[in-house]
Design a protein around this ligand. Structure first.
Ligand code: SAM
Length: 159
């Protein structure tokens, strides 16, 4: 499979799972978290599908398209490992976690803290959609739609 095909599959899986997660989050109170704002594409998708909801976005630097810059109070810049713990207990309805790099060594380091952090941010019954597998006792893996290939993108419910 070419890298282009692989990229398209990943983005398609991402959108499919975000759409499913937004449908669930619509009936839950609590903010939405975009962990890895990047260019702002998925932030834009989340705000389109969950209009009026508070979306708090995290990244080390602001590099989003001008049309996708969150409100000042909802943009948290800096290392997520340092900035996000102060939001523990916020009871997010949905967290989209998109900070994988494709570099196995870097991603392994991230996975030393990311599952715990994510579990601390999401309410019981809340949804997590992630580009990296989050192995944590409080995060139950949800079955993926048939159209989403295994290990391309992940979805969990907070126990
Ligand atoms: N969701 C974005 C979109 O659709 O446009 C793409 C996110 S991009 C794959 C990952 C982003 O996460 C990058 O902008 C990077 O700066 C940020 N990031 C990765 N690891 C981080 C960390 N440990 N702390 C802060 N930001 C991080």
């Amino acid at each position: 499979m070419s890298r282009l095909d692989s990229f398209i599959r990943r983005m398609t899986a991402q959108r499919t799972l975000l759409d499913a997660a937004c449908a669930e989050a619509a009936s839950l109170d609590g903010p939405i978290l975009e962990i890895g704002l990047g260019n702002g594409r998925t932030f834009d998708h989340l705000r389109e599908h969950l209009p009026g909801r508070r979306i708090i976005a995290f990244d080390r630097v602001l590099a989003a398209h001008l049309s996708c810059v969150p409100a000042e109070d909802d943009l948290v810049l800096g290392e997520i490992r340092v900035t996000a713990p102060r939001f523990a207990g916020i009871g997010a309805a949905l967290a989209h976690v998109d900070i994988g790099t494709g570099n196995d060594a870097l991603d392994r380091q991230t996975l030393e803290w990311l599952p715990d952090l994510t579990a601390s941010l999401v309410q019981r019954g809340g949804i997590v959609v992630s580009g990296l597998p989050l192995d944590h006792p409080a995060l139950a893996a949800l079955p993926l739609p048939d159209s989403v290939p295994a290990e391309r993108y992940y979805m969990y419910r907070r126990r």
